[in-house]
Ligand binder design. Sequence first.
Ligand SMILES: Cc1ncc(COP(=O)(O)O)c(C=O)c1O
Length: 451
Amino acid sequence: MSAAKTEILDLNRFDVLSAARLSPNLAGKVARRQANFGASSVLFFEQPIEMVKAEGAYLIDAEGRRYLDVYNNVPSVGHCHPRVVEAITRQVAELNIHTRYLNGVVDAYAEDLLSRFPAGLDTLMMTCTGSESNDLAMRIARIATGGQGFIVTEAAYHGNTALVTEISPSSLRKRTPAPFVAVIPAPEARDGRDVAESFAASVEEAIAALKARGVALAALIVDTIFSSDGIHADPPGFLQKAVAVVRRAGGVLIADEVQPGFGRTGGDEKGEGLWGFQRHGLVPEIVTMGKPMGNGFPMGGVVTRSDFVARFCEETGYFNTFGGNPVAAAAGHAVLKVLDEEGLVQRARTVGAYFRRRLEALMGVSAEIGAVRGAGLFLGLDFTEPSTGAPDAALARAVINALRARGILIGAAGKYGATLKIRPPLCFSNADVDLFTDTLAEILVQRRAGV
Ligand SMILES: Cc1ncc(COP(=O)(O)O)c(C=O)c1O
């Protein structure tokens, strides 16, 4: 059992000091990686894996072993989806260039993407990563509001630029964020208050703390399913009170859809709607995207109001060489079409609901599972010490490595790293759910029996 705060990249990280336990072949490959990338290299699992191929919800390693992917949300419509591969291949053979020339592929994509946002969110700026999107969103929010301050949750991760690292407490190993950042707890019911009230109260306190430092609020930025905070989706609408507090203080909401976006949370009752913020019945001023946007082709974007973009561009020259290139647009457009044609948002909803039912049933017979949360195909499962209810990161780590040994890939999240982060490609099936849940059940039974 351990309840120490964990940095997001440290979760399930291979420890280089244990390289001696690896086979000579694997140890050689790990040493080669280490020599090339040094301390910045992070590998998953006690036994790192060399991946060579993928299809649908499966990855295949150098020995030809197949792994069920319950971790990777970037290849969201399925690894190497033929429709996306074909779109990229066709466009890269025709033209790939920056956005300073007209090109219909890029505009057709922008129109399709923007048509999937609520009225008012009418302008797209394209980038290459989620980090760039959040960096740009922060700069837009500052100019739009005149404030400099940001409110973030305590285990949040929003990316890797200098500015965005300041609003990613989970990345800061040796210090707290800069004075323009106020950090609040993940959304949970506390002190007799429900989730909505306690989150709004935390936001209120954060605004006061910023004010006391002479900093006016620019934005509350949230990953709308609070992925690295351990996945917090319920009750739908809980963000509304906090956002009202933000707006009263002159700030805006930046919805980071890098993780939940593009249908993962299962949309509304009809299985429609691509965004996590829709679950909360609100419209953010700024939305950021990345990861699943190109199903693995590196692309990101910011969608906001045209007047915000106009004011930003009045003050700042902005050009992104690769952002919005025609190959990215072709990849992104193919993703939208596959989501529609294969009914993947509805599928995230129905397969996700089945997944949740199976995990809740397992929780009923497994004292070490403290909670199951989430929406659609984005679920979190907490491991807790049965006698104390304390987060059990050691068990999470052991389970992750035991699943890996049985051919299933998964990772952890949350302040303590004790939450299994369940976010497979959206083509996941009920049979895949059964394989995962049955294997997890078997691992827990064997651990209890001391096998
Ligand atoms: C919620 C969230 N926002 C932003 C990012 C940054 O995206 P990228 O790694 O593409 O820069 C991440 C990456 O993990 C993320 O999880």
